[in-house]
Design a protein around this ligand. Structure first.
Ligand code: 2HA
Ligand code: ZN
Length: 276
């Protein structure tokens, strides 16, 4: 049996391929991480034959002490994950202080985990806590339509949420908490990680202005589906604005309230403001 036959590894690889096929991962764009279950660790531990040295994460994630993650590699291409998984991804372990990690498997030709490791791990730490341990997947991609919107919509959670909800009836059911927006910041560091993880306390989606999106979810299907839904809604908005900037008709605040009741979701009133 190969490590590539293990279910979570297959799910990880398939998600990378799906993201590539959507066009969200030009060159080395985007990154994916999965917080492994105890049974996942057990299933692959036999493959940890060359464990690396401890390295600094660049931030502190005490809530993730001793956890294992599968992550994409820095500078690696999503396009290549299925073809050469051991070259472009790795499994890493977080130490008992939450400040360091070591590579247990993968990146066989050298390299480091994703340049966005601080954001991934800080998001995992927040999501593990607020979801009672359910959320395991953090996904960063560069979908064109949500990036386009970050040039023409005010960078406000309320505006992005409302505009995306209006574009497709299922949106408020798929992301009832809405989406958060991070203003343009230098990627890769602790500052953008702190800003994103702050938003992840209340949202499962964070838009990075002029850059892309972060999504969090319980498993690969839900997290990919969330990215897909938000980006499709953004695409419809881009099309709508391109055809005719003013809508002739749309879903109204009271329609959202009716939908919320029928579908048993809570939609915060701050998103249902009156427009003129
Ligand atoms: O290149 O997407 O944000 C990887 C990235 C950095
Ligand atoms: Zn990016």
């Amino acid at each position: 049996m190969s490590i590539l036959d293990v279910a979570f590894v297959k799910g990880f690889v398939r998600m990378c391929q799906d993201g590539w096929e959507q066009g969200w991962h030009e060159r080395n764009g985007g990154n994916l991480s999965y917080r492994m279950k105890p049974e996942d660790v057990k299933a692959v531990k036999g493959f940890f034959t060359q464990v690396g040295d401890w390295q600094e994460i660049g931030t502190s994630v005490p809530g993730l002490c001793g956890e294992y993650f599968m992550v994409t590699g820095s500078g690696k291409y999503f396009r290549n994950v299925a073809a050469d998984t051991a070259d472009s991804t790795c499994i890493l372990e977080v130490d008992e202080t939450g400040e360091r990690y070591r590579i247990c498997w993968g990146l066989v030709n050298g390299g480091r985990p994703t340049s966005e490791l601080p954001s991934h791990l800080m998001n995992h730490e927040v999501k593990k806590a607020v979801s009672g341990g359910k959320h395991r997947v953090i996904y960063h991609a560069h979908p064109a339509n949500i990036i386009a919107l970050s040039f023409v919509l005010p960078l406000k959670d309320e505006v992005f949420t409302r505009e995306l909800w209006e574009m497709m009836t299922e949106c408020p059911v798929v992301f009832p908490q809405g989406v958060g927006v991070v203003k343009w910041m230098v990627p890769g560091g602790r500052e953008i990680a702190v800003a994103t993880s702050e938003l992840m306390k209340k949202y499962d989606v964070a838009v990075w202005a002029h850059h892309g999106m972060f999504c969090s979810g319980e498993d690969f299907d839900l997290t990919f589906g969330l990215m897909h839904t938000v980006e499709k809604s953004a695409e419809i908005l881009v099309k709508t604005l391109s055809i005719r900037p003013e809508k002739l008709q749309t879903i109204l605040p009271q329609d959202f309230r009716d939908l919320a009741e029928e579908f048993h979701v809570t939609l915060e009133e701050r998103f249902l403001y009156e427009k003129h």
